[in-house]
Each structure stands twice: as structure tokens, then as C-alpha cells.
Ligand binder design. Structure first.
Ligand code: SF4
Length: 220
């Protein structure tokens, strides 16, 4: 399957979708957004990562910040925090620079590693875009968390790659339908940047549930 540019979704939305489908739809289908401490800190970290959109070359390592990426196979576009091009026999030629260079995406995240695969899916999606753009195979990348300040190396297995394809396909289907999934309270709600927009719905539904339960009690 191949998408045209007007159908491209934001690749970064895959992390919202993995966190909560409703959150993704509120942001990307309904264009609602609410800043909270978590997203503000995350944005600051990203701004720092994107700070200098330049190439830095040190020996066998070429670092590029803020590289725009896209994939017609996946129907997404976005921007990488950092792509390290490493001198490698499996790499590709780059204009004006001798040698073969293999891309290695690095995504910066606020906080500590999550117990979901949301960040991994986003990083793998970046690698799949880079593979399509540079015609190469990218076996791994890294997630950098600021608590603790360290990198986690991620291997892009067939299972993760398939999950990226399946997730993006589902996102395209929901986007085309303009459908926002119903509210389902889950363990992510407390940390959700959209809970103030979303939770009143929950409060209403809880009130209705309580009302019905009380009415049933009274009818006994
Ligand atoms: S408050 Fe909960 S259900 Fe609503 S968007 Fe956030 S995580 Fe999803």
C-alpha cells in the first residue's frame, strides 16, 4: 500500500495512540490539546534536542538534528530528534562526505522508561521511514531518557515492525472515519495531558451509572 502526502499522519501520534486511542483521536482527529507539566517538560527536552539543526562530524560519527522524515508505505511524516550516521559497510553514501553511513535514530524522552511500548513504536517508525528514504536496513536505534540520563538501545525486530504497520493502519482507518473512541478509564488517565477535557465525560457517565443504580435500589 502507498499513501499520498495529503493522507500522511504525524508519526509522533503513534505514541499517543499506544498510550490511549481516545487521547490520539482528541489530539489528531479533533485537534484538541492541553498542556500539562509532562508535555511542557517533554517539549522543552525536544526543543533542546532540535536546538541546532546542524551536522556535527566527529570521526566515524555524523550527528544530524531535526531531520524531517516520511514514508509513503506507512503514510506518515515527522521529525527525528537526532539521527546518528555511523561509518559502516552496510551504510549508504551521503552527498559530499566520503564513506558509507548507516542511520541510527535517537529519540529524547522526558522522564523514565515507560512500561508500554509507545516510545519503541515511535522510534521503530522513524527507523522504517529512514530505511525507505535511504534504501538501507536499520537494525537498531536508541531512546534517551532524562531520568536517569541514559540511552536504551532498541533492536527493531520483525514483531515490533509489524506492530508499527498494524498500529498505523488502524490510525489511518480511524482518521478516515473521523472517529473518536469512547472514554474508558484506564491506568494512564492520571498522567494524561487531556484528562481535564476527557474526564468530565467520565464524571457524567459515572453520575448516570450512580443514578441508575440508585433508581434500581429504590424500585426494589
Ligand atoms: S483521560 Fe484517560 S481515557 Fe481520556 S484521553 Fe486521557 S488516558 Fe484516554
Amino acid at each position: 500500500m502507498s499513501y499520498t502526502e495529503e493522507d500522511y499522519l504525524q508519526l509522533s501520534g503513534i505514541q499517543h495512540f499506544a498510550f490511549c486511542r481516545r487521547q490520539w483521536a482528541l489530539i489528531h482527529v479533533e485537534n484538541q490539546w492541553a498542556e500539562n507539566v509532562r508535555t511542557t517538560l517533554g517539549n522543552l527536552l525536544h526543543e533542546r534536542a532540535h536546538d541546532i539543526t546542524i551536522r556535527e562530524k566527529r570521526g566515524d560519527l555524523l550527528t544530524v538534528r531535526g531531520l524531517w522524515i516520511s514514508s509513503s508505505n506507512l503514510g506518515v511524516s515527522g521529525q527525528c530528534d537526532v539521527v546518528e550516521f555511523r561509518l559502516s559497510p552496510n551504510g549508504v553514501p551521503l552527498q559530499g562526505i566520503a564513506g558509507l553511513w548507516l542511520p541510527f535514530p535517537v529519540e529524547y524522552k522526558h522522564g523514565c522508561p515507560k512500561n508500554t511500548d509507545a516510545d519503541i513504536l515511535q522510534l521503530c517508525g522513524q527507523a522504517m521511514c529512514l530505511e525507505e528514504m535511504f534504501c538501507c536496513d536499520i537494525p537498531e536505534g536508541a531512546l534517551y531518557y532524562d531520568t536517569p540520563r541514559r540511552r536504551e538501545i532498541i533492536t527493531f525486530t520483525d514483531v515490533i515492525r509489524q506492530k508499527v504497520r498494524d498500529t498505523l493502519l488502524e490510525m489511518h482507518q480511524l482518521y478516515q472515519k473521523g472517529y473518536t473512541p469512547k472514554m474508558l478509564r484506564n491506568k494512564s488517565c492520571n498522567a494524561c495531558s487531556l484528562k481535564d477535557l476527557c474526564l468530565p465525560t467520565l464524571s457524567n457517565s459515572e453520575l448516570v451509572e450512580n443514578y441508575i443504580a440508585e433508581a434500581l435500589e429504590e424500585g426494589r
